[in-house]
Design a protein around this ligand. Sequence first.
Ligand code: DQA
Length: 148
Amino acid sequence: MNNKIIIINGPNLNLLGEREQSQYGSITFDGLKEICFKKSNELGLDLEFVHSNIEGELVDLIQQSINKFDGIIINAAAFTHTSIAIRDALDVFKKPIIEVHISNIYKREEFRQKSLISDIVTGGIFGLGANGYILAIISMQRLLRNEN
Ligand code: DQA
């Protein structure tokens, strides 16, 4: 049976392609979704790809993932820097978690240089654009197959 993974996207990522192209490139949210499905299919992973602008909905999605998914890839967007609730929910998920950021948060404003989740996730990718999502999917597959 295929491993099941979820990619969780936080606030404003639905505006990819329209917002700050210098940071996030020109790929649209739908375009990102499409390349993630393509790579997941190629690697034999069942993917769910979700977005919410609402912190509590993201917490619900993470809680619901506990019994439904083998791994979480998350770009919590601005909530990365502020949300203890998202951190606490992720901390309950005892399977692999990969944190992704499209931009290099450590090269940006000081308030973005702190992630509240980096120390509880399995690993992270930042600053590599939309390709970071693809690298996260590949790494997740290896983690789930114990090949890393
Ligand atoms: C982001 C970085 C965050 O600081 C920002 O709030 C985002 C996107 C990224 O993918 O680079 O919305 O998570």
